[in-house]
Design a protein around this ligand. Structure first.
Ligand code: 6R9
Length: 647
């Protein structure tokens, strides 16, 4: 925890949309009269048929539903495109910056509108109808945004699968949502290296469980030679060229689904988080405007991938609904060298820059001289998302990137929340490094003890949100019961976030991390159970337990304890094979950083693995193991300590 406080500067407050007094007044109204508040702000987007009802929510686990603006109709792509054409048709909507620093492209609203309309018509010609699912497995290229908006235009539900996921992970998601069409590219490009997307997609589609896919649309990106299935594969460019540029937007209900995005939970396979159209767009656009103090003409860059929720809400939907210029970056922060982010800021005169603590820590390690190589005078606001930002990284970001004049908005939220729930507002909130600070309008956080009692004042507990907000997820795709179980059964009558938090004497929130078995590797959520089930799927593995371990750059690394079948011998080759196996099963982000052979795992007498102990051993804190007397065999602990990997 840092003792420093950075008050709002006069410079920033002067031009800001929201100052302290306005935040207090709007927040008060938002919680005292949510119907009135959200009724008024619901009008920030264009409705085809205006809503007359604002909110209709029940958190009762026996009869749970969440509806916002339920009798309104709209089209999300028309809100992101058509409504801007008159005023800013020639303004840049998307700046594409390629992996190769010599490649960039400016796409105007008019041009984006045409690309989306053509592709929407092309999807229709492939048989995609309102409500059908389309899986998008693309690199960070304009076609990704075009695909999202084209689905939205015809009322199809997109589900983006991060390009770093393996064929197995892709297959599981396609199967779960029953996608009719998959969109991919010949190859992705990251740090000068090709990523075999088409080959992965082919492999995913060959899985026995994947039966729903009729067409694979392929974007030609690097021009690499790829295998082709004439009956199934079509080139994106060909079908777009053949399609009409005129595609009237399909009218959808506010509560019709916009997208499904898979995310890791503490148990079982990833769940399909379902977001709907009206409330989501109101919330994404409003948070984008106020949290980043977005002004007309600002150039805004969020470095996330569209495969994560941050890319959905804060590269595509929020910024485009606001008529912003949003930058899409294909590459990585370290290529061609560690000055890349800053060079891109200089090249495109970026005003608002939003990234993740893991990237900041990695760049901090390379030294501030890389930052000095670029002119960063255009920057006004900095943001952070994905995991708690440690005060050292915050201070470095503030001093070297922000030159002590740019406020940092540390935005806390989740795939499930659709948009930012706790964050400073640049003109209104004094900053404390490491704290996400105060709730956004309409958001009422609370901290509960183990019994579910609400704690008052400065305290620490489980972070829950008391009432609904328009951007909240509506269900788990195909499994409403799991939605209720996961988020509304631990504590009655509130949304359970799965995070722990501390509240200080100023009412500021400090997120302390997950309270469940979810770990956060470089800002990516990973269920320990997912990695465990990948490991035990290997024929030589009997049992596995996975925990998070502190990691300088990634925030958390993955530490796996593996018990082999009785007739198997541990070896370095087998260790490497298992790490490779996990990469193949889930993807490179799930690779264990440490893999320890463990002839036995510490278990309670009822057979529950004591992860608390495994976490301590992994973190080298074996002098603080706590009570081990409830273990079935306390002896296994000493063996694990003697053979730990993280020395
Ligand atoms: C947007 C996103 C959600 C989990 C969340 C929390 C962690 C995200 C954070 C943060 C501390 C922040 N998290 N932002 N923790 N401070 N500013 O990251 O969504 O991938 O679903 O992850 O990430 O633990 O519960 P998602």
């Amino acid at each position: 925890m840092s003792a420093n406080v950075y008050p709002v500067s006069d410079e920033i407050a002067k031009g800001a949309l929201i100052d302290k007094a306005k935040y207090d007044a709007m927040y008060k109204q938002s919680v005292e009269d949510p119907e009135g508040f959200w009724g008024e702000h619901g009008k920030r987007i264009d409705w085809i048929k205006p809503f007359t009802k604002v909110k209709n929510v029940s958190y009762d686990p026996h009869n749970l539903y969440i509806k916002w603006y339920e009798d309104g109709t709209l089209n999300v792509s028309a809100n992101c495109l058509d409504r801007h054409l008159e005023k800013r048709g020639d303004q840049t909507a998307i700046i594409f910056e390629g992996d190769d620093p010599s490649v960039s492209e400016h796409i105007t609203y008019k041009d984006l509108h045409e690309r989306v309309s053509r592709f929407a018509n092309a999807l229709k010609s492939l048989g995609v109808n309102k409500g059908d699912r389309v899986v998008i497995y693309l690199p960070m290229i304009p076609a990704a945004a075009v695909s999202m908006l084209a689905c939205a235009r015809i009322g199809a539900i997109h589900s983006i699968v991060f390009g770093g996921f393996s064929p197995e992970a892709l297959a599981g998601r396609i199967e779960d949502c029953g996608a009719k069409v998959v969109i991919t590219a010949d190859e992705g490009l990251r740090g000068g290296r090709g990523v075999a997307l088409k080959r992965n997609a082919d492999e995913a589609l060959s899985h026995a469980g994947v039966k729903s896919v009729e067409k694979l649309v392929v974007v030609k990106h690097t021009g690499k030679d790829i295998p082709w299935n004439d009956a199934r594969d079509v080139w994106y460019q060909d079908i777009c060229d053949a399609a009409s540029p005129d595609c009237p937007p399909t009218e959808v209900n506010a509560e019709d689904p916009l997208f499904v995005l898979y995310t890791s939970g503490s148990t079982g396979k990833p769940k399909g988080v379902l977001h709907t159209s009206g409330g989501y767009l109101v919330y994404a656009s409003m948070t984008h405007q106020y949290v980043f103090d977005y002004h007309e003409g600002d150039v805004y860059w969020c470095t996330a991938d569209v495969g994560w929720v941050t890319g959905h809400s804060y590269i595509v939907y929020g910024p485009l609904a606001n008529g912003a210029t949003t930058l899409m970056f294909e590459g990585v922060p370290s290529y061609p060298d560690a000055s890349r982010f800053w060079k891109v800021c200089e090249k495109h005169k970026v005003n608002i820059f939003y990234t993740a603590p893991t990237a900041i820590r990695a760049l901090m390690r390379e030294g501030a001289e890389w930052v000095e190589k670029a002119d960063l005078s255009s920057l006004r606001i900095l943001g952070s998302v994905g995991e708690p930002i440690n005060p050292e990284a915050w201070e470095w970001y503030h001093e070297h990137v922000g030159k002590r004049k740019c406020p940092i908005v540390d935005t806390w939220w989740q795939t499930e929340t659709g948009g930012i729930l706790i964050s400073p507002l640049p003109g209104a909130t004094d900053l404390k490094p490491g704290s996400a600070t105060l709730p956004f309008f309409g958001v009422e956080p609370a901290l509960l003890d183990h019994e579910g009692n609400e704690l008052e004042g400065a305290t620490e507990g489980s972070l829950v949100i008391k009432y609904s907000w328009p951007g909240q997820m509506r269900t788990v795709y195909g499994d409403h019961e799991r939605f209720i179980q996961t988020y509304f059964s631990t504590f009655a009558g509130v949304y359970t976030t799965g995070d722990g938090a501390r509240r200080d004497e100023d009412g500021y929130y400090w997120i302390t991390g997950r309270v469940d078995d979810v770990i956060n590797v470089s800002g990516h959520r990973m269920g320990t159970a997912e990695v465990e089930s990948a490991l035990v799927a290997h024929p030589k593995v009997a049992e596995a337990a996975v925990v998070g371990v502190p990691h300088d750059i990634k925030g958390q690394g993955i530490y796996a304890y593996v018990t082999l079948n009785a007739d198997e011998e541990p070896s370095d080759e087998l260790r490497a094979e298992l790490v490779k196996w996990v990469r193949k099963e889930i993807g490179p982000i799930a690779s264990p950083d440490y893999l320890q052979w463990s002839p036995g795992l510490p278990k309670t007498r009822s057979g529950k693995i004591m992860r608390r102990i495994l976490r301590k051993i992994a973190a080298n804190e074996y002098d603080q193991l706590g009570d081990t007397s409830t273990l079935a065999d306390p002896g296994v602990v000493n063996d694990l300590i003697d053979n730990r990997q993280n020395r």
